[in-house]
Design a protein around this ligand. Structure first.
Ligand code: PRX
Length: 644
């Protein structure tokens, strides 16, 4: 791959410059205990200090940070700001419909609401260690409920509002959540999302749920289950606004967040309280060059890790003003992001490449008609950013005044791992750049040999960091197998990467059977399992394919049972099955009928070949001699042409 242009940073007094980055990075590696101890003292308020900073073993998957220390995460995000920042705005909420009023919540008010909500949950029987499932739209109550769980010491499990009732039920059952918090409805791009109706359907299959707490977002009529359903606003009105934060061990779980893997059902990623908070606060401060008067906007949904770490915990523990947006980038039109930036004088803006590409497609006028002079730093996350999108973001949106920070990380890492830092390094469009303090990535070949210098291979992390996930909920063995067994002694990311001559990392995408659709992780196995539920489907194989806006699209090969004929109608039915089982985000972009699938003699589907056909790269299919029947490939290529 040819190296792209290197941009020098525009002149500005950044918190970290090139020399500082290098010195700081060296120190953080040389004396990791000292580095993470200093950060922990500076960024977090502890009730009791630690006896040991780090204690981990990548062979057994034992990860412990700040041993024996205690704290409360909600107290860190709220109480400790009250002396200096009681009147500072914590959350600016911008509704889907620009004509609806903005909500402004100051730190004192957020503290009051969280205490009340903790009282409500406590009255409903929630205790330390209980699981609470949160299935809410992008409204401030989502953050309030997360922080209220943290205050009690309950473990939240947020489920993205785009997931179907079946997916929601699966996550509730895996975590055995006691309470479900939802809203009567969600609103996105002018469309209602029937969250309560979905929750009702899910609750037919969730014996652990005792109460459903319902936030009122709209005015739609909803079904009500007497004895089980409770209105949030009614409970909040009468709840006490005093709730003492529970003292938690640094290693007590703060939350579970489900994400897709290459096999089986989604896994419940478990994050800690102490280490996670130190890591999110630290990365937030340095990566976004945080200043006290910043207005910071991360466009992610709280249903994903980006929302957890960089809408709620990182920024609020730092005392920042966070903008929370209910809507979508293109509603009412493609200027919406930039109108919101101007309206609230947003200075730091963090979004995903897929949103950038969707906006490029609408044309520059939607951007250039706005001012955007408040912007200082632009960030991206979720998938590799193609250099064209990077250029557009840098030139058109940022007017070449703002560094573009490409942040690589994962649900499992809790926070940003490889990234550019404003002012601290040159920018190479498309490269996530250099490791964040304390991290030592490495590139290994398929046999696990560590490659030096310029290299291309599999990305691993060779040492722990405080924000690292601690386990898969209820299945520690799977955790060890998934992350620590492929390259023993290292954490395996599942990503491929290239390191260039300057030591910059270029993430090349997943090397496992996970696809990244609009920055959302989808396990191919999950989509296949959904498709084969339908009586017509004999076999299904799902792969990723290039997609102009989404980065990757979902391409499904389907073999029908005898007696079923391919038809457009059947395609729609199958799409509907996936929508019902997983949610709209997993619906295949393409369903190709296949008489048979390419398999090895031992019966293993050769996905490599399916990926090539899906990407129209049939000239470079590679070796197909190991196939049980190599004529299958030719037939698939012909079938693809015929289906168009
Ligand atoms: O493949 C990488 C890609 O997203 C995956 C993690 O997805 P998820 O756990 O849903 O978390 C997304 C938000 C942190 C990674 O394994 N990815 C994430 N950020 C980048 C990226 N790929 C390239 N460049 C990035 N900046």
């Amino acid at each position: 791959m040819e190296e792209k242009t290197v941009y020098n940073m525009p002149g500005y007094s950044w918190n970290i410059n090139e020399k500082k980055y290098q010195d700081f990075y060296r120190q953080s590696i040389k004396d990791s205990d000292l580095f993470w101890e200093t950060q922990a003292k500076q960024l977090v308020q502890w009730k009791k200090s630690w006896t040991k900073v780090q204690n981990w073993d990548f062979y057994t998957g034992t990860i412990r940070w700040y041993e024996e220390a205690t704290l409360n995460v909600s107290e860190n995000c709220l109480d400790r700001h009250l002396q200096k920042r009681a009147d500072k705005i914590a959350i600016i909420w911008e509704p889907d419909n620009p004509d609806e009023p903005t909500r402004i919540i100051r730190y004192a008010e957020l503290h009051r609401q969280v205490c009340k909500c903790a009282s409500v949950l406590s009255d409903l029987g929630v205790r330390k260690g209980d699981r609470v499932c949160i299935y809410l739209p992008m409204i401030p109550e989502a953050a309030v409920c997360m922080l209220a769980c943290a205050r009690i010491g309950a473990i939240h499990s947020v489920v993205f509002g785009g997931f179907s009732p079946e997916s929601l039920a699966g996550r509730i059952n895996d975590s055995k959540s006691k309470i479900l918090i939802t809203a009567d409805q969600g609103l996105r791009g002018g469309r209602y999302i029937p969250l309560k109706a979905n929750a009702d359907k899910a609750c037919h299959q969730t014996p652990s749920i005792e109460k459903v707490l319902v936030v009122q977002r709209g005015k739609q009529d909803i079904n009500w289950v007497a004895g089980r359903d409770v209105w949030y606003h009614e409970q909040m009105e009468k709840a006490s606004d005093m709730y003492d934060a529970v003292e938690m061990d640094a290693e007590d779980p703060l939350f579970i967040l489900y994400t897709s893997g290459s096999t089986g059902k989604p896994k419940g990623i478990v994050h800690s309280s102490g280490g996670y908070l130190v890591y999110t606060a630290c990365t937030f401060k340095y990566v976004f060059d945080y200043r006290e008067d910043d207005v910071y906007w991360c466009t992610a949904d709280v249903g994903w890790i980006t929302g957890h770490s960089y809408i709620v915990y990182g920024p609020l523990s730092t005392g920042a003003t966070v903008l929370m947006f209910e809507g979508v980038p293109t509603y009412p039109d493609a200027s919406r992001f930039w109108h919101v930036v101007d309206k609230h004088r947003v200075s730091v803006f963090y979004t995903a490449p897929t949103a950038i590409r969707a906006l490029i497609a609408r044309g520059n006028e939607f951007v250039t008609c706005t001012d955007r002079s408040s912007l200082r730093v632009l960030g991206t996350v979720g998938e590799p950013i193609n250099p064209e999108a990077w250029e557009w973001y840098y030139r058109i949106v940022g007017k070449q005044r703002c560094p573009v920070i490409d942040t690589w990380w994962q649900t499992e890492t809790g926070g940003i791992m490889i990234t550019s830092l404003p002012g601290a390094m040159n920018m190479k469009p498309g490269s996530a750049s250099l490791p964040f303090f304390g991290n030592v990535p490495a590139i290994v070949d398929d046999k696990g040999n560590v490659l030096q210098g310029e290299a291309n291979g599999n990305l691993v992390l060779t040492r722990s960091w405080p924000g690292q996930m601690r386990s898969i909920y209820g299945d520690h063995e799977r955790y060890v197998k998934m992350y620590f067994s492929t390259y023993p002694g290292n954490y395996f990311t599942g990503d491929g990467a290239r390191r260039d001559k300057d030591g910059f990392y270029w993430i090349t995408g997943r090397v496992d059977d996970v696809i990244n659709v609009s920055g959302h992780r989808i396990g191919t196995a999950e989509v296949e399992s959904a498709l084969v539920l339908h009586e017509s489907v004999a076999e299904a194989a799902v792969v990723g394919c290039p997609h102009e806006i989404k980065g990757q699209g979902i391409y499904a090969y389907v073999t029908l049972c005898d007696g079923y004929e391919p038809s457009d109608e059947l395609q729609q039915t199958l799409r509907g099955v996936v929508r019902k089982e997983i949610g709209g985000l997993a619906v295949p972009d393409v369903i190709q009928w296949a008489n048979a699938l390419p398999k090895t003699r031992s019966g293993k589907i050769m996905r490599r070949i399916l990926r090539k056909i899906a990407a129209n790269e049939v000239e470079s299919l590679g070796d197909i001699s190991t196939l049980a029947d190599s004529t299958v490939v030719e037939k698939l290529i012909i079938q693809k042409k015929q289906q168009k």
